[in-house]
Design a binder for this molecule. Structure first.
Ligand SMILES: Cc1cc2nc3c(=O)[nH]c(=O)nc-3n(C[C@H](O)[C@H](O)[C@H](O)COP(=O)(O)OP(=O)(O)OC[C@H]3O[C@@H](n4cnc5c(N)ncnc54)[C@H](O)[C@@H]3O)c2cc1C
Length: 553
């Protein structure tokens, strides 16, 4: 046990680290099964009045104290990132990054699960899209998803919980452009409810989703899951930062050591099973911080794969302005439409994998003037008003999302120089886009420009997110792959249930598990994967709590 501990707690069945998408789903499933669940979350609750929505400075706060980048807001609950040019986006509080995400909710495609078979530059998943199907459905019911059924480009699916959110004039304009090009498009599913659902209020289209949603209409797990988990008996402890996972003489996890950030006291929480759900950066960081004589490279890291294969998705944004009003300062920020015309590999294009194009809104007036989405700042001085009058309410964004290859050198390590407010080493991040993915993103941007032209845009701005020295440097909004699951203990960190190969009562249940990232936003898939894994743990808990080795299933 670590030195300086003040309090030891009663043994829990399960200790969960992190209360975001993965931690909330796992805690709810296990608490509802009657298990004693303790969840440690390094951040506080975000109360409705904490959101900037009613503040006259709401847009400024969105870019400063409520920024989605911890490196900008610099709160005590955040940890710094030791990185060359990466701006990682996350929210460290109850609900995790779902507090501020835009809830774009597409599913992966069946081919995403078998890229190893398709071309071998990515691994096959340890299960298929069809295996995950029922868990996608259940997870959607728990979140509440708005959408339109019947997309002919996708496998059949169950009903959406509410009709689509208001499409606004943007959908008509972009849909017409897609039609001119003959490309497939469909309303984007979103985890935002267009009608009251499950005790939550329908979206009021205020358009400030990225400052979170004080109404609870956005699928933030602090609204969708935590009230249910707590009612079922889960003990959620906010402001408690886990600094290491302890192991016993048998090599199994014995519990977690954490710091209560409010009092500075250190605690030991013993548990029969430990679940790490601290996201694609926080989870490998914690496993690496948990090194010991028996696990000198960190926990679950016998094959040196913890922290490797970090994926973010390729991201570029094309902005277009048209004569018709788009009114993109109103309504939900997440995509109105998705185009998956180019989502599959086509070898004739000269690269592997594919991309999706998302038609998105542009946030409020101040945000647009500052070019915060696209880097396209309105000029100051005499030209400002003329430019703004011409463009405001006439623009829209085309988000290009590419499936980036999982590369071993794209990784999370521990910083030798930077620490968080508890004195723990910051994560050090290395991430470079592979030439294949650079080509893919160039292709995606070209197609987005085609679409802008097909919409009769009078001006187009391309933001490839390049750093001053020419490196690809978009904000890292998706944190995936760093504790990848698989069927082979040599090439993965966990089995298909998130159970680590090295420590049979230690599980990972968050975005770190995904072996590939698909060409769309990942959180509906993270939720479904964790729901499947946590349900399996619930059903096999008696074996998991005493297991001496991890079954290769
Ligand atoms: C601005 C933004 C927009 C996004 N938009 C979308 C979108 O439209 N669609 C989509 O699919 N995805 C989107 N995402 C991504 C989505 O939010 C994540 O994929 C999802 O939340 C990941 O879930 P997770 O469980 O892996 O981690 P998280 O939800 O990030 O939760 C991790 C939690 O662990 C806690 N934690 C970390 N370390 C410790 C520790 N040592 N001790 C205690 N607690 C710890 C953190 O504080 C955090 O609360 C967006 C993300 C951002 C930031």
């Amino acid at each position: 046990m670590a030195a300086g501990l003040r309090r030891a707690h009663d043994r829990a069945d399960v200790a969960v680290v992190g209360s975001g998408m993965g931690g909330a789903v796992a805690s709810t499933v296990l608490a509802e099964a009657g298990l004693k669940v303790v969840c440690l979350e390094q951040g506080p609750w975000t109360r409705p009045e904490d959101h900037p929505h009613d503040d006259p400075d709401w847009e400024w706060r969105r870019l400063t104290s409520f920024s989605t980048a911890p490196s900008v807001r610099r709160l005590a609950e955040d940890y710094p990132l030791d990185t060359r040019d990466e701006t990682s986006l996350m929210w460290n509080a109850v609900g995790g990054s779902t507090v501020v995400y835009t809830a774009t909710w597409p599913r992966f495609r069946p081919s995403d699960f078998r890229k190893g078979t398709e071309h071998g530059w990515q691994p096959d998943w340890p299960f298929t899209y069809e295996d995950l199907g029922p868990w996608y459905e259940r997870n959607d019911r728990d979140m509440g998803v708005a959408g339109l059924a019947g997309d002919p480009a996708r496998p059949p699916r169950g009903p959406f919980q509410t009709p689509p959110v208001a499409p606004g004039p943007l959908a008509r304009i972009a849909g017409r452009g897609f039609d001119r090009l003959g490309w497939h498009w469909w309303p984007m599913p979103v985890a935002i409810i267009a009608e009251d659902y499950d005790g939550r209020l329908a979206c009021n289209n205020c358009g400030n989703c990225q400052s979170g949603c004080p109404r609870g209409s956005l699928g933030d797990v602090s609204f969708t899951h935590w009230p249910k988990a707590i009612a079922a008996g889960a003990d959620l402890r906010p402001n408690c930062r886990v600094e290491r996972i302890e192991t016993g003489p048998d090599g199994r996890a014995s519990g977690v050591v954490y710091v209560d950030r409010m009092t500075g006291t250190r605690h030991m929480q013993p548990a029969d099973v430990v679940i790490v759900a601290a996201n694609g950066i926080g989870s490998p960081r914690l496993l690496l911080m948990s090194e010991s004589g028996r696990h000198p490279n960190g926990l679950a890291n016998g094959n040196d794969l913890v922290g490797r294969y970090l994926m973010h998705h390729g991201l570029s944004i094309v902005e277009a302005w048209v004569d018709e009003r788009t009114d993109t300062h109103k309504g939900i920020v997440s995509a109105a439409l998705i185009c998956e015309e180019f989502a599959e590999t086509d070898p004739r294009r000269g690269f592997l994998n594919g991309c999706s194009l998302h038609i998105v809104r542009l946030n409020g007036a101040g945000y647009q003037a500052l070019g915060s989405h696209s880097g396209n700042t309105a000029p100051w001085g005499a030209e400002h008003h003329a430019t703004f009058r011409r463009r405001f309410a006439h623009g829209f964004g085309i988000l290009c999302v590419g499936d980036d290859l999982p590369l071993p050198d794209n990784r999370v390590m521990l910083s030798a120089t930077e620490t968080d407010s508890s004195g723990l080493p910051a994560p050090k991040i290395e991430y470079r886009l592979h030439t294949n993915d650079q080509r893919l993103m160039d292709f995606a941007v070209d197609r987005a420009v085609d679409l802008a032209k097909a919409c009769d845009a009078f001006d187009v701005n391309v933001n490839r997110f390049t750093s001053p020295d020419g490196r690809y440097a978009p904000p890292a909004w998706h944190l995936l792959g760093t504790c990848r699951m698989g069927s082979d203990p040599e090439t993965s960190v966990t089995n298909q249930w998130g159970q680590t190969w090295d420590v049979p009562n230690l599980f990972v249940m968050d975005g770190s598990l995904l072996p590939t990232g698909g060409a769309v936003n990942p959180t509906s898939t993270i939720g479904a994967v964790v729901l499947r894994a946590a349900s399996h743990l619930r059903d096999t808990f008696a074996e998991a709590r005493v297991a001496k080795r991890t079954p290769a299933v």
